[in-house]
Ligand binder design. Structure first.
Ligand SMILES: N[C@@H](CCC(=O)N[C@@H](CS)C(=O)NCC(=O)O)C(=O)O
Length: 134
């Protein structure tokens, strides 16, 4: 186990029992999708795919992070239920409640999250024992 992992403070809230909410969760767009505003082509999200690449390169992340892929079309109700209508842009990292969120996390209700892709990649390095994005 890395030093970095041991240093992460544990703050488990007693009233939340599902294991998923203890983990960091990443919500991505589906690997391919249609955009009704740009018909006749299929698309992928370059931001989500940076994260897909890192997940594929460092497979131990699969046991540490919950990954949810969602359709492109709005409303993205799964994310709206967690972060509200104004924060449904993807990708997004929602911090698990077993560790402290970083100081720069945004807050929606009782959730802490980051939506900037580069910062998500840095946080995977900070919190989940992978190399840093160069
Ligand atoms: N927050 C991201 C950008 C995310 C982004 O623009 N995602 C696109 C998908 S490729 C998107 O969701 N666009 C349209 C929409 O949200 O409906 C970043 O700058 O790192």
């Amino acid at each position: 186990m890395s030093k970095q992992h041991l240093d992460v403070p544990k703050i488990v809230r007693q009233n939340e029992s599902s294991s998923d909410v203890h983990k960091d969760r990443i919500f991505l767009l589906d690997r391919e999708f249609d955009d009704p505003k740009l018909p006749s082509k299929r698309y992928f999200c370059p931001y989500s795919n940076q994260i897909e690449g890192v997940l594929a390169s460092f497979p131990h992340l699969q046991s540490r992070i919950e990954v949810v892929r969602l359709p492109f079309r709005r409303p993205r109700q799964t994310v709206i239920d967690l972060l509200g209508e104004d924060n449904q842009g993807l990708p997004v990292l929602i911090f698990g409640n077993s560790t402290l969120p970083p100081d720069d996390a945004k807050v929606a209700g009782n959730q802490h999250f980051i939506a900037d892709t580069r910062r998500i990649l840095e946080l995977l390095a900070e919190r989940h024992d992978i190399p840093w994005p160069h």
